[in-house]
Design a protein around this ligand. Structure first.
Ligand SMILES: [Zn+2]
Length: 835
């Protein structure tokens, strides 16, 4: 050929590498001149101008080269290996670890080591494997084997070394005096007083720290989002930055504290149109915050309610940005933007930017592998564990666990763990309380990723209402929303795969909400794409709210002649519900709102058990909301009493448990648990079960370890200590103990004093008011003073038993009892020998 050289870069993704191992074998001819290339970056339009490294073998000269856009330069000394002239084949092994490159050559036949080269350079951290041959020799036939084994994992364009780097917790004070030449990055301060610091370093760094005598308090293999995202690190801990119209929201992704600070800041700046509501608290005690946005915000107005939420999956950080952007856009646009003004004045908008604050926090500060789930502790492990938690979007009570293990899991460590029971989680319950209170006409839950718009029901075999207005609404939204920065438009689908326990299915089934879900275009992309995604996804919620305000829809209220609101089943004859859904009017005001599939004539039907149904026919035009109210005249009817909300506050977001009736109308409330269908007040419970709604509102919580759960007793010389609650639940009886050397009980405990040898077991005698080892004696001591000493000891013993919980106390008692028994046994043995 005319060309001077041949270059070959295989297209296989396996040729991509950073650290790893390369093996090449050549058959040696007279004119071998080949180079194994690695970590090479190739411009497809200018293949000669590649950059990267190479190890070349030309006759008997071996050397490392570096290419910089086609310019080649030798690195270090070349090595002459004389035996290459006589070998018939050569095998090359090349190790790449960070900047270190080690080449070892072997005789291909005998596998004898021929020589090695070592070089260090950090210009090119990763790239492709390739081969360069010089034209002087027939090189292709000489290469008989070329393989690569990459170490580490690739995320985007970034290679994460396999096990090479570690996160270490050190005392802050050591930072001022680090070993020379250490490769170390400070990640974040640790501890309440920030006396410690988390650093990232490699194995060499750890070795240098150890040799310098630095104490490594903790060593973690986990990378965190905080470590990877410098924008976040610059912003964290800072108060929201005030701008002319609101606050800066676009500087970085946000952890749970930053989201909370931003919500509170907006609430304080726009008090007339916002109401801040704490819906509940997470397992780790973080508030789940909702911001209601509406004019006359303190009133429950006769307006359709719409819910927007982000991050059921805490690690889907972009979804938080979507929801925060909705909040900021609504508040900052209220004054000047007529489209926004109509929304705020015409609807009651609820934004929950971060449904899963614990998850988001874990993802950012604990491990990239955590955060999808809520971190709920599993089994007997203490504290946060990367894999623990419930997938909140598998925990909602509609057809929960109806599809086996396919798309939700029973394993507490699985990514799709559905929770121990439906609606078990504080986050799920918080969202359900809000929905039960508001009866949302429509909702949008933001997730990532897929560039998809999901329409309920997402479970394949569940039948949608006919006709299904939600589908048409979703298609219109997808049409109106611009192309996303990944070049795709949102595509309307029923699901990505059939999933049970998701929020949108529950919202749809429980209240008829047009409950949609967005899967955004990227997963936590960097700044440019993040900002572009937020902007181009904004139209999704805007066109949904527009659709709610435009109609076609029907709304109104059900009440008695005297104006009492009534909880009634409200349905539309022309919309067939095929899964037994019962959609009712709201408790606090009897209000209902239904979006309709299109213009036309509809029959609205209102039913209360025991009463004749009422119907009204309405004609609804396109682009119109039609009002239709129902008045139930026979207020004295017994059937109506159950449907009446005499105390309107009962059904607010805060209180949904009808305590007096012992009946629950909703899954829970902050101060109540619903357990087996019965209401229990916080703190109540028996044995080792407690109602602790801040932890679990649908299950018993375990009482604290050591809580007494059964009284102590003593019978026939056998003492049963007080039972207590074990660390892992359940009431554990203290072990029964013999009262020996005493024979009798004194009330609920063993006797601690004796009057005569008859009060002591065989082999013991009564001496000075106490049973002691030894043969019974007829000599009666004068005991009065001695016995009072014995009683003091006994009282002291009881006092020490009662402190620190009864389980500990009884353990102590058992130990001392065993000691006594042992002493008695020895005494008896000695006696029998003597006899
Ligand atoms: Zn998700």
């Amino acid at each position: 050929e005319e060309t001077k050289e041949n270059l070959w870069f295989p297209k296989s993704p396996a040729a991509e590498m950073a650290d790893g191992f390369i093996r090449a074998r050549f058959a040696l001819g007279d004119r071998l001149d080949s180079t194994v290339l690695f970590r090479a970056t190739v411009d497809p339009n200018d293949v000669i101008g590649f950059s990267g490294y190479g190890l070349s073998i030309a006759r008997d000269v071996v050397e490392f080269h570096r290419w910089d856009r086609g310019e080649v330069q030798a690195m270090g000394e070349s090595t002459r290996i004389k035996s290459l002239r006589t070998a018939t084949s050569v095998e090359l092994a090349l190790w790449l670890v960070g900047p270190h490159m080690v080449a070892q050559l072997y005789d291909g036949k005998t596998l004898e080591s021929l020589g090695s080269l070592v070089i260090s350079d950090s210009t090119y951290p990763s790239g492709r494997l390739g081969l360069r041959t010089y034209v002087k020799q027939d090189a292709v036939s000489h290469l008989t084997h070329l393989s690569v084994r990459a170490a580490g994992t690739k995320t985007g364009s970034h290679w994460e070394p396999a096990g090479a780097r570690r996160f270490a917790e050190l005392d802050m004070s050591v930072l001022s005096d680090l070993p020379v030449g250490i490769d170390l990055e400070v990640v974040e301060p640790r501890g309440e007083d920030q006396s410690r610091v988390l650093v990232n370093t490699d194995r060499r760094g750890l070795e240098l720290l150890r040799r310098a005598g630095v104490t490594i308090h903790k060593l973690e293999p986990e990378a965190t989002f905080a470590f990877l995202d410098s924008d976040y690190r610059k912003q964290r801990g800072k108060a929201p930055e005030r701008t002319a119209t609101g606050f800066r929201t676009d500087a970085s992704y946000k952890d749970a504290d930053m989201v909370e600070a931003l919500i509170r800041a907006y609430h304080e700046r726009f008090p007339a149109i916002t109401k801040l509501v704490e819906l509940g608290q997470t397992h780790e005690g973080r508030p789940i915050l909702a911001l209601k946005i509406s004019d006359n915000v303190e009133q429950d107005e006769d307006e359709p309610a719409v819910l927007l939420n982000g991050a059921h999956h805490g690690e889907e950080l972009l979804s938080i940005e979507f929801a925060l952007d909705a909040m900021a856009t609504l508040l900052e646009g209220y004054k000047g933007d007529s489209r926004i003004k109509r929304m705020v004045n015409g609807a009651e908008l609820w934004v929950v930017p971060l449904v899963n604050p614990d998850g988001a926090q874990h993802h950012i500060t604990a491990s990239l592998r955590a955060g999808r789930k809520n971190g709920r502790p599993a089994g007997d492990e203490e504290g946060f564990q990367t894999r623990n938690g419930v997938d909140l979007n598998r925990n909602y009570p509609f057809r929960w666990h109806s599809q086996g293990e396919a798309t939700s899991s029973s394993d507490p460590r699985h990514s799709w763990y559905r929770g121990p029971v439906a609606g078990s989680e504080p986050e799920t319950q918080a969202m359900m309380r809000l929905a039960d209170s508001e009866h949302f006409a429509a909702s949008l839950s933001y997730h990532t990723l897929g560039t998809l718009l999901l329409v309920p029901y997402t479970i394949d075999n569940v039948q949608n209402p006919q006709p299904n207005e939600a589908w048409g609404i979703a298609e219109a939204i997808a049409e109106l929303t611009p192309e996303q920065p990944n070049g795709r438009k949102y595509k309307v689908v029923r699901n990505m795969y059939s999933v049970d326990g998701v929020d949108q299915d529950w919202l749809r089934a429980a209240h008829g909400t047009v409950a949609l879900m967005i899967e955004g275009p990227f997963s936590s992309p960097s700044e440019t794409k993040r900002l572009a995604s937020v902007e181009s996804t904004r139209e999704t919620w805007m066109s949904l709210v527009d659709r709610v305000l435009d109609g076609p829809s029907v709304y109104g209220s059900v009440h008695t002649a005297s104006g009492e609101p009534v909880v009634a089943k409200v349905s539309i004859d022309e919309v067939k519900l095929l899964e037994g859904e019962v959609w009712t009017s709201r408790c606090r005001d009897g209000r209902f709102e239904r979006l309709l599939p299109g213009e036309g004539s509809y029959t609205v039907r209102v039913e209360v058990a025991g009463l004749e149904p009422m119907t009204k026919s309405v004609k609804v035009r396109a682009g119109a909301r039609k009002r239709v109210d129902f008045e139930l005249a026979n207020a004295g009817n017994a059937a109506l009493v159950d449907a009446l909300c005499s105390d309107r506050s009962l059904c607010s977001a805060q209180t949904v448990c009808e305590a007096e009736a012992g009946r629950c109308v909703s899954p829970g409330a902050p101060s109540w648990c619903r357990l087996d269908g019965v209401c229990h007040e916080a703190g109540s419970g028996e044995g080792c079960e407690r109602c602790e709604p801040s932890r679990l509102a649908l299950e018993w919580s375990a009482a604290p370890t050591g809580t007494a759960c059964g009284a102590a007793s003593c019978e026939a010389g056998i003492e049963h200590g007080a039972a207590s609650c074990a660390a892992r639940g359940g009431c554990v009886a203290a072990e029964a103990q013999s009262c020996a050397p005493y024979l009798a009980c004194d009330g609920g405990a063993c006797a601690r004093s004796c009057r005569s040898d008859g009060d002591c077991v065989d082999g013991a005698r009564c001496e000075g008011g106490s049973c002691v080892a030894g043969e019974a004696s007829s000599t009666a001591a004068s005991l009065t003073a001695v016995r009072s000493v014995g009683e003091q000891e006994s009282a002291k013993d009881r006092a020490s038993s009662s402190e620190g919980g009864c389980q500990q106390g009884s353990t102590r008692g058992r130990d001392s009892g065993s000691m006594l028994l042992l002493a008695m046994g020895l005494g008896a043995l000695a006696l029998s020998l003597r006899a």
